[in-house]
Design a protein. Structure first.
Length: 439
């Protein structure tokens, strides 16, 4: 019996989901470390770094070893050798310097793309975290609203039975309750979707994952895009221009391939076999042979290379136009987002005041419901009116939640557009790190 209890307890512990409660800054850190988009950008930057190193390493002599064992009859054809070594490298090429500079520009573009990927993931994680906090508050408000709606249906049903209400009133009350149930389903789906998205961003399992609403910092006022603090462009736009610059350097190097000398270093060592009949044809044949020298080439005509130069030139022109287009779209989007943020802030203020007014009206109604209006000839407050006011107040509160979330989302988007998102996140992390942990 004891063993059964122990086994049952162990199974229960193993089946219980692991609970992971992460703060706002922890979610950002995990996303920057585990998100596939960031990891892919890091791999692209590592590839660009290797390509730059490879463009420089062509000046370092390579070394190849091999063997050409064989037997010959009559005059020896070929050079059967026990082993041989060959070394060669580039000494001078007019185009290679441009290719090195192009590789360096491509590395700059990859690093800028990595920075843009990190900012995009941080922005997405911050917005998703705030959305989950909104989802939690919305579900709680809808639970309250659902309870009020259920009570409203009961009250109207009793009034209908007493002849004080109509069937239309009961249908309207039931319709209100049904709409709230539908809103709860939508809210639950949104919360599940946001939780799954946060799990994918951070690399944590969605089951048992939860957030700490109190860890969400106050969002700093976005910098004015026209101020000196705002960045003129984004890392994505800078990466596009760096890519265009790299392609222009490649095109310049390809255009200088023909009619320019190329100098190579070459060295070779061969150890020929002794069992072949070299000694029948060569007097004082030497089995150990080595050579070293410099080779100079002058490309005069190469149709494939000439076509490649035209291709590179067209590719460079296209990349420049694409960078210009990305810049224009960024500037237009940032200007539009600036106006949107101001409008959403005003909408959030209106929604907050509207909810406060509804709460004040509800409080006044509850007082009247308890003590009466003081005017026996005037309309008297009923429990039905109270439930309708409670439902209306929760509806206003839901509007406040949505308006504030949209405003926060726009503010975070604008901070990224102005280049202030990374600075804000670092200041938030430093501020939270300086707060001593509670016992």
């Amino acid at each position: 019996m004891l063993l059964s209890l122990i086994a049952c307890g162990a199974w229960t512990l193993a089946a219980a989901p692991a609970v992971a409660q992460i703060s706002f800054t922890t979610a950002i850190d995990l996303a920057l470390k585990n998100n596939p988009k960031v990891l892919a950008a890091e791999a692209a930057a590592a590839k660009a770094q290797a390509a730059l190193q490879g463009s420089k390493d062509v000046y370092i002599p390579s070394l190849v070893g091999g063997s050409g064992l064989g037997y010959s009859y009559g005059f020896p054809v070929g050079q059967p050798s026990i082993f041989n070594f060959t070394s060669q490298s580039l000494l001078f090429n007019f185009s290679q310097r441009d290719y090195v500079r192009a590789a360096r520009a491509a590395l700059d573009a990859a690093n800028l793309a990595l920075k843009d990927a990190r900012e995009a993931v941080a922005e997405d994680t911050a917005i998703t975290y705030i959305a989950l906090d909104r989802d939690t508050a919305r579900e709680a408000a809808l639970d309250d609203q659902s309870g009020y709606a259920k009570h409203l249906v009961e009250i109207v049903q009793e009034r209908l039975d007493a002849g004080q209400d109509t069937a239309i009133g009961l249908t309207m009350a039931r319709l209100t309750a049904a709409r709230i149930r539908l809103a709860k389903l939508h809210a639950g789906d949104d919360a599940e979707t946001d939780l799954e998205h946060l799990a994918h961003l951070t690399g944590l399992p969605a089951r048992g994952l939860s957030i700490v609403g109190s860890s969400i910092p106050v969002i700093a006022a976005p910098v004015d895009p026209t101020s000196a603090q705002a960045s003129s462009t984004s890392p994505a736009v800078d990466a596009a221009y760096a890519t265009a610059h790299a392609k222009s350097l490649i095109a310049f190097g390809d255009a200088r391939y023909l009619w320019r000398p190329q100098i190579f270093f070459a060295a070779q060592y061969n150890r020929y076999t002794k069992y072949n009949n070299y000694d029948l044809y060569y007097k004082n044949f030497q089995h150990n042979n080595a050579g070293i020298g410099v080779e100079i080439q002058l490309p005069i005509f190469d149709a494939a290379r000439r076509a490649k130069a035209r291709e590179s030139a067209a590719d460079a022109v296209r990349a420049q136009y694409e960078a210009d287009e990305a810049r224009d779209q960024f500037l237009e989007g940032r200007k539009k987002l600036e106006h949107t943020t101001a409008e959403l802030a005003a909408q959030a203020e209106v929604a907050t005041l509207d909810q406060q007014l509804a709460q004040q009206q509800l409080d006044a109604m509850l007082v009247q419901l308890k003590s009466g209006t003081g005017n026996p000839n005037g309309p008297q407050m009923t429990p039905k009116d109270a439930e309708l006011s409670r439902i209306a107040e929760r509806e206003k509160f839901l509007a406040v939640l949505d308006a504030k979330f949209q405003m926060r989302q726009a503010e975070i988007n604008l901070m990224r557009q102005t280049g202030e998102l990374e600075t804000w996140l670092k200041s938030v992390a430093a501020a939270q790190a300086s707060v001593p942990a509670s016992d």
